[in-house]
Design a protein around this ligand. Structure first.
Ligand code: SF4
Length: 91
């Protein structure tokens, strides 16, 4: 079973309230295979960087359009910014 593909944000949030979006995101994050998931400490460090980033808007990264809660949860992902802010912060 592969890592589930997250739908585009327009499809995912159409007609949903904020709490429903978060629940759906949580389902996608829970479905990430353990060996592909970022360790919790790394996940939190990545999100801490995103929280201070000017590209974060409404939980989404303006560089890539991803929900950062999901993007940061996959170990092999990187920050799409130039420079890569996660790597710069050691996250
Ligand atoms: S550019 Fe990088 S640090 Fe900024 S919100 Fe996007 S993923 Fe997070």
């Amino acid at each position: 079973m592969g890592t589930p593909r997250i739908p585009c944000k327009r499809c995912m949030i159409a007609g949903l309230r904020e709490e429903e979006v978060l629940l759906r995101l949580s389902d996608y994050i829970d479905a990430i295979e353990p060996d592909k998931r970022a360790p919790q400490e790394r996940y939190q460090a990545r999100l801490a960087v995103c929280e201070t980033c000017e590209q974060l808007s409404g939980g989404m990264c303006r560089e890539c359009g991803c929900f950062v809660l999901y993007r940061a949860a996959i170990a092999g992902n990187d920050c799409p910014g130039i420079p890569d802010r996660w790597s710069e912060a050691g996250a």
